[in-house]
Design a protein around this ligand. Structure first.
Ligand code: SOE
Length: 364
């Protein structure tokens, strides 16, 4: 369907936490959530009622037919097939990460999506202070980048009895912790650093051989050593079994003239490290770079967070649908980049060797 100049109509595939988050973001960004499709008719009806979506779709084709943009928020195994169907109909698509369960399929989606707007919700890019970090690194504030480090730590799978579709390699993909949250980490780190990870070595850990009676093959934690194209070195730690850590995504880039650190659980602040003195910069549109100020939609002292970042992502996606070119919009190429890195991390761990990462991929 054509996007037109009026209110965009959005369809959502999925019925879980992400479907709820996407519906909220779509509405806050000014779209109309017209239709939803979940895994079975009763679940679709339930999701439609809970999210106040007028149309419970009976099929993907029917959903696509009613809307301008489809948000694919189903389990990972369906991303390729459903995104291809949406793109094939000439409809714009937002697809959750990981974009596909293999790097080859993610790259295939990039090729297929040429004629439509196709984005991936790497939403942590949309925190104003993450943009500020990016702007300051690009302006040379840290000098020559020497080291970088990042971690993404959660604890929602700490107990052996805890189970989720993401643990199953068929539903979620061969990599779990890295595909699910390491993908956000590498996207944000490369986005802020303005540099590319060029080589990696890695170790993975699976905390329990079984969860709720099923054998576990996907990893709970990953440690990675990286070298960048620009010559920096660094380390990444990703875990879904880190006691006490809920959604602790933190990054730090350090250079010859200073350092910058961002923590998504304290997203209204940026740590600016200096040899003589360090300081914490608070979000205040008056002192921020243009792009960060654009995303700072309430005055300083009024906390912004995850849902605001999600809304900003949806707003920029819809701006692209209307023909604008918002900077920093994560497209399918960025999703494929994260998928390539994820596959390389697993290969580095299994083969016990350094792996070179191809430089192609991301748009930003
Ligand atoms: C679960 O690990 C999860 O919901 C991820 O799937 C999201 O991408 C992340 O933003 C929060 O945690």
């Amino acid at each position: 369907m054509s996007s037109g100049a009026g209110t965009l109509r959005v369809g959502i595939v999925g019925g879980g936490f992400m479907a709820r988050t996407h519906a909220h973001a779509a509405r806050a960004a000014g779209a109309h959530v017209e239709a939803i499709l979940s895994s079975a008719p009763d679940r679709t009806a339930q999701a439609a009622a809970e999210l106040a979506v007028p149309h419970a779709a009976a099929s993907l084709e029917e959903l696509i037919d009613r809307v301008d943009v489809v948000h694919v928020c189903s389990p990972n195994r369906w991303h390729l097939e459903q995104s291809l169907a949406v793109i094939g109909a000439g409809t714009h698509v937002v697809c959750e990460k990981p974009l596909a369960t293999t790097a080859a399929d993610a790259v295939r989606l990039v090729g297929a999506a040429g004629g439509v707007v196709a984005t991936v919700p790497f939403v942590y890019r949309f925190h104003p202070m993450a943009r500020e970090a990016r702007a300051r690194v690009a302006a040379g504030d840290i000098g020559r980048m020497l080291t970088l480090r990042g971690s993404y730590l959660q604890d929602w799978l700490l107990e052996p009895g805890e189970q989720n579709w993401r643990v199953d390699p068929v539903a979620g993909g061969a990599s779990r912790a890295f595909g699910d949250i390491g993908s956000h980490l590498v996207d944000l780190l490369e986005f802020v650093a303005g540099d590319r990870i060029a080589r990696i070595a890695a170790r993975t850990q699976t905390a329990y051989p079984e969860r709720a009676g099923s054998t576990v093959t996907t990893e709970d934690a990953v440690a990675v050593v990286v070298e960048t194209a620009g010559g920096a070195i660094g380390s990444l730690l990703v875990s879904q079994v880190a006691a006490g850590r809920k959604n602790a995504l933190t990054i730090e880039v350090s250079g010859s003239a200073g350092a910058i650190a961002f923590d998504q659980e304290h997203p209204d602040e940026l740590w600016l490290g200096g040899r003589d003195a360090s300081r914490v910069l608070s979000r205040d549109a008056g002192v921020l770079s243009t792009d960060a100020a654009r995303l700072s939609v309430v005055p300083s002292g009024h906390p912004m967070g995850y849902l605001d970042a999600f809304t900003a992502f949806a707003r920029d996606t819809y701006a692209a649908v209307r023909g604008e070119e918002p900077g920093g919009l994560p497209r399918f190429a960025d999703g494929a980049r994260a998928a390539v890195l994820t596959e390389a991390v697993l290969a580095a761990a299994v083969e016990d060797r350094w792996i070179d990462i191809p430089s192609e991929g991301a748009t930003t």
